[in-house]
Structures are given as C-alpha cells and as structure tokens.
Design a protein around this ligand. Structure first.
Ligand code: MSP
Length: 505
C-alpha cells in the first residue's frame, strides 16, 4: 500500500474561517478521498498558524492574551471543517508541544549547518503578510507611498538585530533541484513564477524577532522568538513526528503535495526547500499552487471585508452542491470568481439537470417498468467504453491535482448515460428484456458515477448508492476495480426518493 501525505496551509487565526480558506481545504479533502479510494494510506493534515505579530495584535485588540485568543479561534476552524465534511486525519496547531519541538529541531539543524547568522536588519514590514518588502516591491495606493502590494496598505519601518537564514547561498542549489524535478511544481504556469522568484535573486531573510514575545524562542538565543514563517512551515514536519527524537517522520516524509495559494509561493517554494536542504531533510515531492477565489474581482480576505462565510452558504444551498461548485468551477491554479449567480447556474446545469435528473429518471422507469428492481447491465454496452474513459481521464486529472477536470471527465459519463436513455426512450417502451437491458446499463453507469463523485460529494455518492439498492458504503470501494464495468447486482431494490438537487431559481 502506498502512502500519501497531503497538507493545506495552516490558517492564521486572526480571522474566522472564510470561503478562501474553505477552498483549499475542500480541494485537499477531495484529493485525500480520491487517494483513499485508490487504497492509499492517506494522511491529510490541516491546522492553524497561531504565532506572530498579527495574532498578538489581534489578541490585544480583543483584550485577551494571545493564548486565550488562539484557543478561542482554532476550534472554529476545526468545527468549520467538520461541517464541510473535511476528512482531515490530523489538525495541527503551532502552539502545541510537538510543533515547538519540531521547530527547535529544524532551527538547530540549520544553525549547526552554519546557515543561520546574526546581523542587523532595517526594513519595511507588512504585518498582514508578516513579511519584509524591498522598496521596489512596494506600491502607491491613492497617493500613499510604500504600501504592501498584496494588502494595499502602508508597511511599517522596523529595525532589529536578527538572526538570518542565509537564503542567498541556496540560489543555484534550488534551481538545480527544480531542474532535476521538473514536475514538482504544478500547475506549470504557477511553478514558473516560483522559479522566476529564485532567478531574480535571493536575499537572506531574518528568522527571529525581538520585538514581540508571542512565538517560539530560538534554542541558542531565547530572547529571540522565531519568525512566524519559519515556525509555520515546520508544521508540515511536526505533523509527522519530526523532532520527537526518532526518524519515524520518514514513514511519511517527503510529503506528496503541499497545497498552497499563489500568495505564499515564495515561502513554500523558495524558503522552505532551502531550509530543508540546510537541515539535511528531503524536499517535498510536490507543491500544487492554487489561485484565489475572488469576490467581485478582489481576493476574498478579512482585510478587504468581502468574505463569504461558507457555513452560512451551505445552510442555504446544501453542502455537496457547495463542495461541487468550489471544485468544478475553477481550474486549480487559476483565479475563480465566486458569485451566487455562478453557483446557481452551475448547480442547475450539472447537478439538478444532469446528475439529479439522471437518478430520478432511472428510479422512475425502474419503478414503472421493472417492478422497482434493478436489472443486469449488458456486458457489451456502449456505455462500458464511456465508463472506462471517465475513470481513466478522471484518474489522470486527480493525479495532476485538477479536480475541475476530473469532475468534467466524470460528467462525460453522466451525459453519455442521459444520452443513452434519450436514444432508447425506455419510458415509452413496453416492459421486457429491451427495457431491462437499457436500465441495467444506466444503473451500472450510476454505480460507477457514485464512486467517481465520492471525493467531491461524499454524501451524494452514498445517497446514489443506496437509491440504486447497493449494500455497504462507497467509501469502502477500491479503485480501479470498482470502476470496472458489469458489477451492478440485478435484483437490488431501487428507490425514488426526493430530488437529490432540487432546481434553484
Ligand atoms: N498562515 C499562513 C500560511 C502558513 S502555511 C505554513 C497564511 N494563512 S492565511 O490564512 O492567510 O492563508 C492561507 C491560505 O489560504 C493561503 O494559501 C491563501 O492563498 C489561501 N486563501 C486565503 N484567501 C483566499 C482566497 N480568497 N481564495 C483562495 N485562497 C485564499 O497565509
């Protein structure tokens, strides 16, 4: 059995979970579920990033200690993921002892390698990014100079004696490594941006702060706390036991994919591999870089005030419809624009009119013409080839971390099955072997569709499974076997039930 280790970014707890966070977490969940269907031993980890100035300031504004503050917000992330049916295997908080141990270990290794040195630093810092900026990276907004290019608000001037990670030493090593691992960064256009960052020259970055207390002390100089990005990135190792005094983390490391947003490429694709090289730890196998979910053309974020609360939304539109929309509407890597109109139109076309309608039609005809009992598929059905293609194409797209394309490949089978029914019009025919054969094919196609949609819509997959009378759980099916044509067991009771996806107006 192969292992598959997958991570999301760990989210800052200065804001409550919003659609932007939900987006990456749902992509990760679908990918994790796909790999479980393949029989992989999966570890899917998410969590919260709880140290740093941004959190300290948010706690001060709320009139509580940073620990109280993070203890209040972190569970809201965990609860949101539960509500969104996220199947994470672990939830890591950077305030946990296991994480602090991993950070101390990684720091010490880089320090012992001679890649962390003391220096004085003066520069312009964006607290929202927790990042220093060079003058030529800053922008002028409404006549105000020196604004952060991401948050579009003024940066602050900081001067500190800091410990520096000698990133500049890693330029060639990183470029060589990426050249030797050309598929590590996906999709390609996002990967090229990361390579471009390295080629444009690397500056050493400070990995400690004396100006705040809310962080992990450096093992060799405890009046400094660890820079929040050095701290946060280490969660990926901490979650598999790095720093526990054993080499057990190697059972899971290197990670198969880090899912990240395009705004945190520098830290993940430049800083992080250099830190790992310095520490003598293997580099990740892959990074899958997503775009942003925009709302009215802007990144949805606490700072912009245009956040959509995913939990409010699913109360209105249903969980699986929401998950499907988020996965299907935007090619991973591109920006997507979230709107209720966009949601409604995709829901109506793909879910209400296509998948929902297919299930309803099949159940209705089976009730009327086959005594409510499922019939056998034809081994030579034309749909068998459509099913094989749907599986092969969706497998390739999940493998490439392209959920929208994987779902599109699955929907080719849904469409082909509807077309098969329309071509044969079993609702007009007399009951008998002809109708039985057409319906057996449709039921078998629905069985395969149920398995293939499970990663995106686990509850819907199970509902389809049960309505076509199959025993057990979709989650226990194993691919590729479960996608092979001809397994639907005739004689199963088919039930109609309410519409899976009532049309929205
Ligand atoms: N704490 C850091 C990550 C540390 S990982 C070692 C952080 N947190 S964040 O909460 O601000 O953002 C986490 C991720 O959520 C980023 O990848 C970011 O791109 C993603 N998103 C936040 N808002 C988003 C959208 N509106 N759309 C899509 N993703 C967005 O950065």
């Amino acid at each position: 059995m192969s292992r598959f280790y997958l991570t999301t970014p760990i989210y800052y707890v200065n804001a409550e979970p919003h659609l932007g966070h939900a987006y990456t977490t749902i992509v990760g969940d679908a990918l994790a579920r796909w790999h479980r269907l393949l029989g992989d031993d999966v570890k899917y980890v998410t969590g919260t990033d709880e140290h740093g100035l941004k959190i300290q300031q948010a706690a001060e504004a709320a009139g509580v200690t940073p620990q109280e503050f993070t203890d209040e917000i972190a569970p809201k992330f965990a609860a949101a993921w539960e509500r969104l049916n996220i199947s994470n295997d672990d939830f890591i908080r950077t305030t946990e002892p296991r994480h602090k141990a991993a950070v101390a270990e990684l720091l010490q290794r880089c320090y012992d390698a001679g890649d962390i040195e003391l220096d004085t630093f003066a520069g312009k810092y964006c607290v929202a990014c927790e990042e220093y900026y060079a003058d030529d990276e800053l922008v002028t907004i409404d006549g105000v100079a020196d604004c952060c290019p991401i948050h579009q608000r003024p940066v602050e001037y900081f001067e500190e004696e800091n410990w520096f990670f000698r990133l500049s030493r890693f330029e060639d090593r990183l470029l060589d490594w990426y050249a030797a691992h050309p598929t590590a960064l996906t999709p390609e256009h996002r990967g090229n941006e990361a390579i471009g960052l390295i080629k444009s020259g690397l500056r050493d970055f400070s990995i400690s702060r004396t100006s705040l207390e809310w962080g992990i002390p450096l093992p060799w100089d405890p009046k400094h706390v660890t820079y929040v990005w050095f701290d946060a990135l280490t969660n990926y190792l901490a979650a598999v036991g790095f720093g526990d005094g054993t080499d057990g983390y190697r059972d899971w490391w290197p990670v198969d994919y880090h899912l990240i947003g395009k705004d945190i490429v520098r830290q993940h694709c430049v800083y992080w591999p250099a830190m790992l090289m310095s520490a003598g730890v293997d580099l990740p196998k892959g990074w899958a870089i997503g775009g942003w979910l925009l709302s009215g053309g802007e990144k949805m974020s606490k700072t912009s005030g245009n956040v959509v609360d995913p939990l409010d939304l699913i109360d209105e539109v249903g969980l699986d419809g929401f998950r499907y929309y988020v996965l299907a509407d935007t090619a991973y890597g591109n920006d997507g624009d979230f709107s209720i109109e966009g949601f409604t139109s995709r829901y109506n076309s793909d879910l209400a009119n296509n998948l929902g309608n297919l299930l309803a039609r099949v159940a209705t005809v089976v009730a009327k013409k086959c005594n409510g009992t499922g019939t056998a598929p034809n081994p030579d059905s034309a749909l068998a080839a459509d099913a094989a293609t749907a599986y092969a194409d969706s497998a390739a797209q999940w493998d490439a971390v392209q959920p929208s394309k994987a779902l599109d490949a699955t929907w080719q089978l849904v469409r082909a099955t509807n077309a098969h029914l329309e071509a044969n019009e079993p609702w007009k025919a007399e009951p008998g072997p002809g109708v039985d054969a057409v319906m057996g094919d449709a039921l078998e196609a629905l069985r395969i569709v149920a398995v293939l949609v499970h990663p995106a819509m686990p509850d819907t997959a199970q509902a389809i499974w049960e309505r076509i009378g199959l025993p057990g759980e979709v989650v226990d099916q194993r691919l590729p076997d479960a996608a092979a044509w001809g397994q639907y067991s005739p004689g199963a009771p088919v039930t109609k039930g309410d519409a899976l996806f009532p049309r929205l107006t």
